[in-house]
Design a protein around this ligand. Structure first.
Ligand code: FEO
Ligand code: CA
Ligand code: CA
Ligand code: CA
Length: 648
């Protein structure tokens, strides 16, 4: 989601309230890294800034031979020397031959349901055939997070969409699954009418599974048994399972619901919807004006049906998407998985709202490498945990289990289903650490877990939680990245060690930290880390969301080794166009192609006067997936070809 600060809530939810933090002395002074270390020591706290990384990722940094590109402003894009970029999929591109070509002046919901959606976010490359490591033929699974109606519809009236505009938007969100192939010339193209091409939208039937299936809070007039949801939306980022399905995360679902203030004061629904930020009055997108499903007064249970991880099998169009309630309900950025030593699957997620939490789910059963179908129900049984980051560099995974600790009838919980539905309230009660907007969480080749905290301008502000060891900056404008090591290397375990990997900002600013790499060593300034991904050599790539506000420059994509002598040396690889954020970066198995989403180009402007005309040079701008390759066919991030000798 674009990164204006999150929508204002009428009252801070409980997790935002500043209780019991102990860093007054630190915050009172102008914070600097040196001062922070000193103050932390004085306060008896350990700030965890390791200088040397562990493990054995051979030559992880050697790929990172590109020269950083300069930042851009305005409608200007730049990619590292030696790399070329092509546009693969744009909003409105037909995925089927029965869909009309894109025409912003003649849109319809029926057409959009057969075309590529809006505001592409997560991109996942799934090789064909399965299983294989094919680098030039596969499926792209793309999330479509939300809409910018002001850039989509000629003459759009903010707050007063037409019924047709609402119906089109409902078909714009969700997911696209598209077969793609790389031709001999090196250009990627889509396979029109592939039987694997699909659109999943806010109107596609999804099944509910796990502990909350059938719960009374799920029951609506349209679904009196609480087992089937119409649609998925707010699909921000995602992850993949070891068995090759996608876990698409529904993030800011509250933006399409309105009229919470019409609910009875102090009613259960009102309290629950407040906690997840459903607005009191009209919604951001005004869908409730034409679709009663999104009017909380008429359908007070509908918001419970969103905020989930949705599992989709890109290889099987007949398999109905599943909303996995065991993983909890939140405004979730993504869900990334790893198989633990014992064979259980661990999934890491963050709720990207200020002062929300980091979560882990561990399956009860073990991953079956042989029998893919045998993993179908794995995500319905297991334990959900939320993280507490201690000031001494240790940490604990606190179970969110009905009947344990405070999660009892005394505090309004009568079943695990309610813990899963009202996960944020459960996490408040167990004493989890309030974080600076947890975005993507990715697992390195050696098992280290990297957590992007995008920023939090409210940290330390009056009435809000103060800085703490894991969120050390007041009014955190630039965000930071934490690395987490599970104790004993066990992803199914309950304790960990953590440290700061990068504290973002302008190198040389004493409040920044780049894993110990010298500030004058050629580091690019970076702000607001959001999506993360590793290439197959183990290098971390960071996409940003918020640099226009932080630095007055466009958002971009950055590469950084997490090991070796260049560990912490962040370099800008790509700078995007005006108003856009970079999301969904994903590598083919040979690292030969990097797919990227250019999300919301031109955001903040209008269709009549757009700040961006990406990608076609005309209005409206179109969110697009691009493919980046090295001109010599080398892995992404390799050095540019030598400059030709100048002839005499
Ligand atoms: Fe949709 Fe957390 O970004
Ligand atoms: Ca973001
Ligand atoms: Ca994001
Ligand atoms: Ca990711």
């Amino acid at each position: 989601m674009s990164d204006a600060e999150p929508p204002t809530q009428d009252t801070p939810p409980p997790s935002r309230a500043g209780v019991g933090e102990t860093f007054d002395a630190i915050v009172a002074r102008r914070w600097s890294r040196r001062a922070f270390v000193r103050d932390s020591l004085l306060a008896g706290l350990t700030i965890y800034l390791p200088s040397v990384h562990k493990s054995g990722i051979a030559d992880a940094g050697s790929r990172m031979a590109f020269g950083h590109v300069a930042s851009t402003q305005g409608d200007v894009m730049a990619v590292a020397d030696g790399h070329r970029l092509s546009v693969l999929l744009r909003w409105g591109d037909p995925l089927f031959s029965d869909a009309p070509p894109f025409d912003p002046w003649r849109q319809s919901a029926g057409a959009q349901a057969r075309q590529f959606g809006y505001n592409c976010d997560f991109v996942g490359y799934f090789p064909l055939p399965r299983p294989s490591e094919t680098p030039d033929h596969g499926l792209l699974v793309v999330n479509h997070e939300y809409t910018n109606p002001e850039l989509m519809f000629p003459g759009y009236r903010d707050g007063a969409p037409t019924a047709e505009q609402v119906a089109i938007q409902q078909e714009c969100v969700g997911l696209s699954i598209v077969e793609v192939v790389r031709g001999k010339g090196g250009d990627w193209r889509i396979v029109l009418d592939s039987p694997l091409n699909r659109r999943i939208s806010a109107t596609t039937s999804c099944q509910i599974s796990g502990p909350a299936v059938g719960h009374t809070l799920f029951r609506t007039a349209a679904d009196p048994v609480g087992r089937t949801v119409r649609g998925t939306l707010a699909n921000c980022s995602a992850g993949r399972t070891p068995w090759g399905t996608v876990l698409s995360a529904e993030e800011n679902f509250q933006d399409v619901f309105g009229n919470r203030d019409k609910l009875l004061p102090a009613s259960e629904d009102l309290v629950n919807h407040m906690r997840v930020g459903v607005p009191a009055g009209p919604s951001r997108f005004g869908w409730e004006r034409h679709d009663p499903r999104f009017d909380v007064e008429q359908n007070p249970r509908e918001p419970y049906r969103f905020g989930w991880v949705v599992e989709v099998d890109p290889y099987d169009p007949t398999w109905v998407p599943r909303k996995r309630t065991a993983l909890g309900r939140m405004r979730r950025e993504a869900a990334n998985s790893v198989v633990s030593k014992g064979g259980q699957v661990a999934l890491y997620s963050g709720d990207d709202t200020a002062f929300e939490y980091v979560y882990k789910f561990v399956t009860r059963g073990r991953y079956d490498r042989i029998n893919r179908i045998g993993n179908r129900d794995l995500l319905d049984y297991g334990t959900l945990f939320v993280a507490r980051f201690n000031a001494d560099g240790s940490g604990a995974w606190l179970p969110l289990v009905f009947g344990q600790g405070p999660l009892t009838r005394l505090n309004g919980f009568t079943s695990q289903a309610e813990v899963c539905i009202n996960t944020l309230r459960a996490a408040d009660l167990v004493g989890a650490t309030k974080m600076d907007r947890p975005e993507d969480i990715e697992i390195a080749l050696d098992g280290t877990v990297f957590i992007a905290l995008t920023k939090n301008a409210q940290r330390g502000a009056p009435g809000f939680a103060r800085p703490d060891a894991a969120n050390p900056r007041s009014l955190n404008k630039h965000g930071h990245i934490i690395e987490l090591h599970e104790d004993g290397g066990d992803h199914a375990g309950r304790s960990f060690r953590w440290s700061l990997f990068i504290v973002c900002g302008e190198p040389g600013d004493p409040s920044t930290y780049f894993a110990g790499f010298p500030a004058n060593g050629g580091i690019s300034r970076i702000s607001c880390p959001d999506n993360l991904a590793f290439d197959h050599a183990g290098n971390l790539w960071i996409a940003t969301d918020g640099q226009p506000d932080a630095f007055g420059i466009n958002d971009g994509l950055f590469g950084v080794p997490v090991d070796g002598p260049e560990r912490g040396r962040v370099r800008r690889f790509f700078s995007s166009v005006a108003g856009s954020e970079v999301t969904g970066h994903s590598f083919t198995p040979n690292d030969g192609t990097l797919f990227l989403s250019i999300q919301h180009p031109g955001e903040g402007s209008s269709m009549a006067a757009p700040s961006s005309v990406f990608p076609d040079g005309v209005s409206p701008p179109r969110p697009s997936v691009v493919a980046i390759e090295h001109v010599l066919g080398l892995p992404i991030g390799s050095a540019p070809p030598p400059a030709p000798a100048v002839g005499g």
